[in-house]
Ligand binder design. Structure first.
Ligand SMILES: Nc1ncnc2c1ncn2[C@@H]1O[C@H](COP(=O)(O)OP(=O)(O)OP(=O)(O)O)[C@@H](O)[C@H]1O
Ligand SMILES: [Mg+2]
Length: 389
């Protein structure tokens, strides 16, 4: 489309504002700008923009130009309007001062609205930047918190596992001394220590009932926990004199063995050998094996405990009994939790079937190995191999 040529008459402040808008309007070309004052703001502005300006009131160019389509009269003078009306060609429209003022007002309003919109937009952008920053910070805080909770949760899990392990081991260790107490009570009640007054007998019967209750509680507690929760890093390893640990364990089991007429024989072929291990754990391991040897031995049986060095930088600890033995088909299974052979159940009613699974875990934690030699009815020999270097 061709540009529409227009002229502006009167270039004061109002004329300048209209000129600015006209110059921004596509499809319009401002051909002439008139004002008697050569310093009028609109004239100066037009010059700056490279437009043709005129400072006379003859309006010759308007008169001579047949292409002109629109003339804005911003002078507000009746005589100028009349003169322009006569001079312009027939195809040219003339916008008088009143119409120009209305247009000017509308332009003013548009400018105000535009500047408000711009301000609003800038505020909005600033708010978005601020909120985005806040969201990012909140997000980072959230991630930090999640990580903190994860670490805490892991620690709690470790503490819980540790607690479970101690509960299990402590409870299992309770069994041996407790069995000794029960044996003593039975001996007294059965009259092996001589006749006792009726009143004492009555009390001993009560002790026996309480012992049975406690026995059941221990069983339940053992069911609650299992050693799988054991955490390797929490076990303190140190060079340990193995023979010393074994002597202590044997001492602790002597009473119950004697009560059952069982003899504990200890052969220390090597008594200075140290092994890096957890003394506490090894003591539990020995106690489990010695206790089993006692429980599954026949009356007046013999248990032989030997500690001997091997040829390959290792120490062998073996516990041999002459009791009920284990059929080879059960050899692997006895290390499973709660597994007991029928013979074992008949021989020793109160077992839980947990001891060997604890023993297996301890052996595994120390990288030891545990072997079993046994036939049913021919006793059993458990041998632990412990590396010494
Ligand atoms: N020296 C042994 N002689 C014969 N059988 C044994 C011997 N040691 C272990 N066993 C068999 O292995 C099973 C598992 O032993 P474990 O010590 O785990 O359980 P338990 O002795 O039955 O009960 P507890 O957990 O109370 O000690 C026993 O029930 C028994 O069948
Ligand atoms: Mg046992």
């Amino acid at each position: 489309m061709q540009d529409v040529p227009i002229a502006l008459v009167g270039a004061g402040h109002g004329g300048k504002a209209i000129l600015q808008t006209l110059l921004e309007t596509p499809g319009i070309i401002v051909k002439y700008v008139y004002d008697l004052d050569p310093e009028a703001p609109g004239i100066l502005y037009a010059k700056k923009r490279g437009l043709t300006t005129h400072n006379d009131a003859s309006f010759q160019q308007i008169h001579n130009d047949p292409t002109l389509r629109l003339v804005f009269d911003v002078t507000g003078q009746e005589s100028v309007f009349t003169q322009l009306k006569q001079l312009k060609n027939d195809n040219c429209n003339l916008v008088g001062p009143l119409a120009t003022r209305v247009i000017f007002e509308l332009l003013e309003q548009k400018t105000t609205i535009m500047s408000k919109l711009l301000e609003h937009q800038q505020n909005l952008e600033a708010n978005i930047v601020k909120r985005t920053g806040e969201c990012e910070l909140a997000n980072r805080n959230l991630i930090d918190k999640i990580q903190e909770y994860e670490i805490l949760n892991e620690k709690l899990q470790q503490i819980n596992n540790e607690k479970t392990r101690y509960l299990l081991q402590a409870t299992h260790q309770l069994k041996a001394p407790f069995a000794a107490i029960q044996s003593y009570v039975d001996i007294i009640i059965q009259g092996f220590t001589g006749t006792i007054p009726d009143q004492t007998m009555e009390i001993m019967e009560k002790v026996k009932v309480r012992c049975d209750l406690l026995q059941r509680s221990i069983k339940e507690m053992l069911k609650l926990a299992n050693l799988k929760s054991c955490i390797e890093e929490n076990i303190k390893m140190a060079p340990t004199l193995i023979s010393k640990v074994m002597v202590q364990v044997v001492k602790e089991h002597e009473v119950i063995a004697t009560c059952r007429g069982i003899k504990l024989i200890v052969n220390l072929e090597e008594n200075e050998q140290q092994v890096v291990c957890s003394e506490e754990q090894i003591s539990i391991l020995f106690a489990i094996l010695v206790e089993n040897a006692i429980n599954y031995s026949h009356k007046d049986g013999e248990i032989i405990i030997t500690i001997s060095p091997s040829t390959h930088d290792a120490l062998f600890v073996s516990i041999q009994d002459h009791g009920i033995g284990i059929d080879p088909k059960h050899h692997n299974k006895i290390f499973d939790e709660y597994y007991r052979t029928n013979c074992a159940v008949n021989k020793h009613e109160n077992g839980t079937g947990l001891g060997m699974s604890i023993a297996k875990e301890i052996v595994h934690l120390h990288n030891f190995s545990l072997s079993l030699k046994s036939q049913e009815g021919e006793g059993a020999t458990f041998t632990i191999s412990m590396p010494t270097s």
